[in-house]
Design a protein around this ligand. Structure first.
Ligand code: ZN
Length: 273
């Protein structure tokens, strides 16, 4: 398995190279993955953070063959490098929308494609982690660039209100629907995932188990997000408590939408419906 050292271009398939950004951390794993898709004409998927050494590595690897830059979503470890890479290459910038400091040239919606001489890259709208999240399917290799919709080695955070658990699960189900078109998943963090369906199933199962735990906590009587976090995540490190609280909040909002719970304020009381 090619390693995840930053700054090194690793070929992960005939058409795809990966360069990891030097931004390893608790939320980013080994760092953000930037992918270069194509040989004669290149799409860069997620330039990552605005780090000159990383952008120089991408430009050095793709040179003037970089024609397009796409972003899976506008979080700080994925899209701030766009402006610097555009300056270095003059490439066209495409994403779902201009947001969080990202300026795009062309919007991409569900089903939109980039047609290069050697391949087609198709956008799939997958809201959940972020409302503007896109995955990209490289049809020739049946490889899905999954951004932070699916990661390898770290947990996807669903942080309301832009993060939405109900949308997230629907987006995972949507990928199951195209499973015959998937051979591998190239995530925004971590190694290539060679068994896409097992990974997607694992993700759905994990979230539904957590949802059932949150629901049974409510069924014991009206309660708060803090109390649920204490009950469901025993011994959790203080630093990770806010993330767990966001996740519980996201589950509660889904349960309300499903008609199984009542509550509105993150710092208020929540109860079973
Ligand atoms: Zn990320």
């Amino acid at each position: 398995m090619p390693d995840l050292s930053p700054g090194v271009a690793s070929a992960i398939s005939p058409l795809v190279r990966r360069i990891v950004a030097p931004n390893a951390g608790p939320m980013t794993g080994a760092g953000s993955n930037t992918y270069l898709v194509g040989v004669d004409e290149i799409v860069v998927v997620d330039p990552g953070p605005d780090l000159a050494s990383h952008l120089d590595s991408i430009a050095g690897c793709g040179g003037d063959r970089i024609r397009w830059i796409v972003c899976t979503h506008t979080h700080q470890d994925h899209s701030p490098g766009v402006a610097g890479l555009k300056k270095r290459t003059g490439a066209e910038v495409l994403a779902f929308d201009s947001r969080d400091g990202l300026e795009i040239d062309t919007p991409m919606a569900d089903g939109d494609v980039i047609e290069a001489t050697e391949f087609v890259l198709r956008a799939i709208h997958t809201p959940g982690h972020a409302s503007n999240h896109l995955c990209f399917l490289l049809e020739q290799e049946r490889m899905l660039f999954s951004g932070d919709h699916i990661m390898e080695g770290s947990t996807v955070v669903i942080a309301p209100p832009d993060g939405d658990m109900r949308a997230y699960l629907a987006s995972l189900e949507r990928l199951k629907g195209i499973r015959r078109r998937l051979k591998s998943i190239a995530p925004g963090h971590g190694h290539l995932i060679e068994d896409p369906l097992a990974k997607i199933d694992e993700y759905v199962t994990h979230r539904l188990e957590r949802e059932a735990q949150v629901l049974s906590a409510l069924e014991a009587g009206p309660t708060t997000i803090d109390a649920i976090v204490t009950a469901l995540y025993p011994g959790l490190h203080d630093e990770l408590v806010p993330r767990a609280a966001q996740s519980v909040w996201a589950h509660l909002r889904k349960l309300v939408d499903d008609g199984l719970a009542v509550g509105t304020k993150p710092d208020g009381k929540w109860a079973a419906a």
